[in-house]
Design a protein around this ligand. Structure first.
Ligand SMILES: *Cc1c(COP(=O)(O)O)cnc(C)c1O
Length: 426
């Protein structure tokens, strides 16, 4: 049913030759003989990220304390500068974005700021497929306010993999004060319609924010235009900022001036911060929601990495990502149909994020066999395999080779020598 020639390696090579982002691959540290498809868990190091990290380390060596204000990237302004560089990736104004904290700590800050139960409006709305840390954070915020965790309503999934926007909207009842949802679901890679959900939430006088961990750097957004109230993300997945790199947050400018739930001196108006007064004067930008001293060395790689996103452009990155996942789905359909894999990501482009999600009863050991055979996938307990061909460094040939490897593993049952259990980090 597919043109026979499209299944051959030569076709993959042809797609690689036509790829207008191919020059970026050489800028990354790729292990020889390995195909890395785990960039949605931890993106790879690029030479530019390495260079910016070394430059910042050098400023410490050279300037000591004066590094806060001297050098090409004075530390005092780095969080704002990186926010500016991130803004086009999420469709925000530069002042609406700051690089700070982590996904979880930023959610705590934003929930502490925007969850203000009043009268009947006391509930939070999330979903049952959300990443656990978001749920933990929301529950603890409820408890701080003296509510029981049953105040967190979680929208149910009909199929265990995806959410229906209609169901989310139906759950936006009068008693909901705050909604927190992922932009892209971490397992199935489903993209939620953020524009529509924001409109519906606002029509009911509910504030809404999104966790962008699986969308930033992979798909374009228009957060300001959609009027999204707030968002937060990590930078070590598609943004290739390095393990534990500093996260980010966005606050819509209509909320500027709103008192941070968790105040700290780095949220100060920068002119006033070193007056060292005990009355906090918050910045009139998203910078207000910073807490303490920025983690300069964990932010430094982003200076180099984000430059690459600018050169490539998020629209082109998304276009290539869609072609890669489309091609992978075609090969899975053509080559793996007899091995009981279920493609559990949405197949329509508008709903499909940056990765392919396969379900298989033997997923844990299939992942171990893939690793032994040179392909780095991502296992999600209990039965999920995520494969993320990343636009900046993966190729169509990587995708072709991955599916060939997977086919050989299934044909020869190479996974049988492993146990079907997860590792400590999986
Ligand atoms: C990766 C990820 C996180 C991670 O949170 P950290 O605070 O950075 O550890 C949170 N939420 C989602 C949806 C993620 O994919």
């Amino acid at each position: 049913m597919y043109p026979e020639k499209n299944l051959h390696e030569a076709y993959a090579r042809q797609l690689d030759e036509q790829d207008d982002l191919k020059r970026f691959r050489d800028e990354f540290y790729l292990q020889t003989g390995k195909i890395y498809l785990d960039g949605n868990s931890l993106g790879l190091l690029s030479k530019r990220a390495e260079k910016s990290l070394m430059e910042l380390l050098e400023t410490w060596k050279t300037f000591g304390i004066d590094g806060w204000t001297k050098g090409d990237h004075p530390w005092f302004y780095i969080s704002e500068r990186l926010g500016e560089l991130c803004a086009p990736l999420i469709g925000a104004n530069p002042e609406e974005v700051i690089i700070t904290g982590s996904t979880t700590s930023n959610l705590h800050q934003l929930a502490a700021t925007f969850y203000q139960p009043k009268g009947r409006k006391t509930k939070m709305l999330a979903d049952e497929l959300n990443f656990p840390t978001d749920i933990y954070a929301l529950k603890s915020q409820l408890e701080i306010h003296g509510y029981d965790t049953s105040h967190l309503v979680r929208v149910k999934s009909g199929d265990g993999q995806t959410l229906q926007e209609e169901d989310v909207i139906a759950a936006m009842s009068e008693d909901v004060a705050l909604i927190v949802l992922p932009s892209v679901l971490y397992r199935s890679g489903q993209i939620l319609d953020m524009k529509r959900l924001t409109e519906e939430a606002h029509a009911r006088d509910i504030l809404i924010g999104f966790d962008l961990c699986h969308s930033i750097g992979a798909i374009p957004h228009a957060l300001s235009e959609w009027g999204v109230d707030f968002a937060f993300w990590c930078t070590y997945k598609y943004l290739n900022g390095g393990p534990g790199a500093v996260g980010g947050l966005y606050v819509n400018q209509k909320h500027f001036g709103k008192k941070p739930g968790l105040a700290g001196w780095f949220g100060s108006n920068k002119e006033k911060q070193f007056d060292l007064e005990h009355d906090f004067q918050a910045a009139d930008t998203a910078g207000a929601y910073q807490v303490g001293t920025p983690h300069i060395l964990s932010a430094a790689p982003l200076l180099g990495s984000l430059e690459m996103f600018h050169e490539a452009g998020i629209e082109k990155i998304r276009a290539k990502s869609l072609r890669l996942t489309e091609y992978m789905m075609m090969l899975i359909d053509a080559e793996l149909s007899e091995y009981d894999f279920k493609v559990a990501n949405p197949s329509e482009a508008a709903k499909r994020g940056g990765h392919i999600y396969l379900e298989h009863a033997e997923a844990a050991r299939i992942c171990k066999a893939l690793k032994e055979n040179g392909v780095i996938p991502d296992f999600r307990s209990p039965t999920g395999i995520r494969l993320a061909p990343v636009a900046l460094y993966n190729t169509f040939s990587d995708v072709w080779q991955t599916i060939q490897t997977l086919k050989a593993i299934m044909q020869e049952k190479r996974y049988e020598k492993f146990t079907n259990t997860r590792d400590v980090v999986a």
